[in-house]
Design a protein around this ligand. Structure first.
Ligand code: ZN
Length: 240
């Protein structure tokens, strides 16, 4: 078992280096993801605002035309009012004037609302344009950093991949599977050394002395009963 345990230690060291590469990326990937999502939302909002602005513009032009038509109509009716012959005719024209004046008022109110919405949208577009520019600048900078980082870590990852594959060929499959399962489930460490002569270096649960002795002999595979990690002796000059 000693040989296999020593191979596992080497494997753990390689996996630790993989983790270092991951960690060195820092929060850049998440930050990049967050900014990309913000950019997507902002683009959708700006596109929708532009569509709405166009609709409002068309609607306002129609209403302006209607406004002029109603004005003309009211003017004509007022002229007609003076030439009416009967009371009945006078009242009918008056009613028609009132009808058109109400329509005129309603149309003016709708125009007012439309113009307010236009202003609001224009302001929103102006404000978000500034944010969109800043966002694009940040994203470009961050993508550059990310690419640079990926380039330098790609060579390292390739080297680690090669070494790991080679090592794995010499480790019995069931042992490798156990190691990988624990490593993935427990903060990346599948193999841990005895800690301070007394406990598991992974979960810090105290270990009975006879178990520690067994670990130090390296004849058998010894697992921590609490966390399941593979225990190795602390007497080797190895840092995990
Ligand atoms: Zn443990």
């Amino acid at each position: 078992m000693k040989k296999e345990l020593l191979l596992l230690i080497e494997l753990q060291k390689i996996d630790n280096q993989f983790r270092e590469v991951e960690i060195s990326k820092g929060t850049l990937p998440q930050e990049l993801e967050r900014l990309q999502a913000e950019e997507r939302d902002l683009t959708v909002m700006r596109e929708q605002s532009q569509v709405r602005l166009k609709e409002l513009g068309l609607d306002l032009r129609k209403r302006e035309k209607r406004h002029d038509e109603f004005k003309l109509k009211v003017g004509d009716l007022q002229k007609r009012l003076f030439s009416t012959q009967t009371n009945q005719e006078y009242e009918a024209v008056t009613r028609e004037i009132e009808f058109h004046q109400d329509a005129l008022l309603e149309n003016e109110q709708a125009m007012q609302t439309g113009m307010e919405q236009q202003q609001e949208l224009e302001q929103r577009l102006e404000e978000s344009a500034e944010r969109a520019t800043k966002l694009a600048d940040s994203l470009e900078r961050m993508r550059g950093q990310y690419a640079e980082h990926n380039q330098s870590s790609a060579a390292r990852i390739q080297d680690l991949d090669g070494r790991r594959a080679e090592l794995c060929e010499s480790i019995p499959r069931p042992l490798l599977s156990h190691y990988d399962r624990i490593r993935k489930a427990k903060d990346g460490r599948g193999v841990v050394a005895v800690y301070r002569n007394s406990s598991c270096g992974g979960c810090y649960q105290a270990l009975p002395p006879q178990k520690i002795n067994k670990v130090r002999m390296m004849d058998d595979l010894v697992l921590c009963e609490i966390c399941g990690r593979i225990l190795i002796t602390d007497t080797l000059d190895t840092k995990l």
